[in-house]
Design a protein around this ligand. Structure first.
Ligand code: GLN
Length: 278
C-alpha cells in the first residue's frame, strides 16, 4: 500500500468513527508511526509502506478509531514550544492555556517565588520556569499519577521545581509573589456531553468543577490571600462564560486591579487580581 492510499484509508475509517479532523490525524499518525516527514510525503506520496510500517500505522489508527486522543497514542503534546509527556493521568495541555503563561511571564521576574495549583502535567509550571529560569516554582496536585507525570516532565526538560501532593493549599507553606492555576472548571453535569476523547480518556478529576464549575475558584479566591505576599498576583484560567463570576469572587476576597483577559478568539480566558498591600 502506498503512503497516500494508507492515509486515505485511515481518514475514511476515522471519519466513520466520528473523529473530527480525520485528514490531519491520519497524517500525524503516519508521521509518528512510520517516521515519514511531511515534505517527504508530499514529494513521494506513491512510495510504498513496508509491511511492518503498515502494521504500525493501522494499529495506531485503530486506537484513534476508539477515540483515544492522538496525544495518548503519541504520548506527547507541545505547549509553549516545549514537548510534554502526557497520559490518562493528566489533562492534555491546551493551547488556550498559553494565554495564562504569557500573562504570567509579563509579571514573573528572576528571584520571585510562584505556585502552580492543580499542575497536572506541569505544563504551566515548567514552561514558566523554562522562560524565567531564575524564578522559583512550586507545583501541587491532588493526583499522585499527575505528579509522577509532572516529575518526569520536569526532569526531561532539565528544570528544577518542587512538586507536592496537596489538596489545593493543604500542604503549602509560606508566601508567594505569584499564584497561577488552571483548575478543573467544567460543570459536573456538562462532562457527559463532552466529546469522547475528553469524556472517556481525560481524567474526570481534571475536568470536574463541581455543580457550578466554580468550586476551585471559590476555594482559591478565599485561601490565596494567606499565601500571597502583599502586592502579589493571582492569575487564573477560566472557562469563557466564567469571567464575571470569577472576577466577582476575587473582588469579594479583597483583590485589587481585577482584570479579565481575552484569548485570540475574543473570549474571556484569564482573570487576574492583585492582593492589596496592607
Ligand atoms: N494545569 C494543568 C493544565 O493546564 C492541568 C489542569 C487541570 O487538571 N485541570 O494543563
Amino acid at each position: 500500500m502506498t503512503q497516500r492510499e494508507a492515509c486515505r484509508k485511515a481518514a475514511k475509517r476515522l471519519s466513520q468513527a466520528g473523529v473530527p479532523e480525520v485528514e490531519l490525524d491520519a497524517w500525524y499518525l503516519l508521521e509518528w508511526s512510520c517516521g515519514v516527514s511531511r515534505s517527504h510525503y508530499l514529494a513521494y506520496p506513491e512510495e510504498e509502506l513496508s509491511g511492518e510500517q503498515e502494521e504500525r500505522f493501522f494499529k495506531a489508527v485503530e486506537k484513534r478509531e476508539r477515540r483515544i486522543p492522538l496525544q495518548h497514542i503519541t504520548g506527547e503534546q507541545e505547549f509553549m514550544g516545549l514537548s510534554f509527556l502526557v497520559n490518562g493521568q493528566v489533562l492534555i495541555p491546551r493551547q488556550d492555556t498559553e494565554i495564562l503563561v504569557e500573562e504570567a511571564l509579563k509579571y514573573l521576574k528572576p528571584g520571585m517565588r510562584f505556585l502552580d495549583l492543580c499542575t497536572g502535567s506541569g505544563c504551566i509550571l515548567l514552561s514558566l520556569l523554562h522562560f524565567c529560569p531564575e524564578a522559583q516554582g512550586m507545583g501541587s496536585d491532588l493526583s499522585v499519577g499527575a505528579l509522577e507525570t509532572a516529575v518526569r516532565n520536569r526532569d526531561r526538560l532539565g528544570l528544577s521545581a518542587k512538586l507536592v501532593e496537596s489538596d489545593l493549599f493543604d500542604r503549602i507553606e509560606g508566601r508567594y509573589d505569584l499564584i497561577v492555576s488552571n483548575p478543573p472548571y467544567i460543570r459536573r453535569e456538562e462532562i457527559s456531553g463532552l466529546m469522547d476523547e475528553v469524556r472517556l480518556h481525560e481524567p474526570f478529576m481534571a475536568l470536574n468543577g463541581h455543580e457550578d464549575g466554580l468550586y476551585f475558584y471559590k476555594e482559591i479566591a478565599r485561601m490565596s490571600p494567606r499565601y500571597l505576599k502583599p502586592g502579589g498576583m493571582l492569575l487564573l484560567e477560566i472557562g469563557c462564560a466564567q469571567g464575571e463570576s470569577v472576577a466577582g469572587l476575587l473582588g469579594e476576597a479583597g483583590f485589587d486591579e481585577i482584570e479579565t483577559i481575552r484569548d485570540l478568539a475574543g473570549l474571556d480566558r484569564v482573570v487576574r487580581g492583585r492582593l492589596a498591600c496592607q
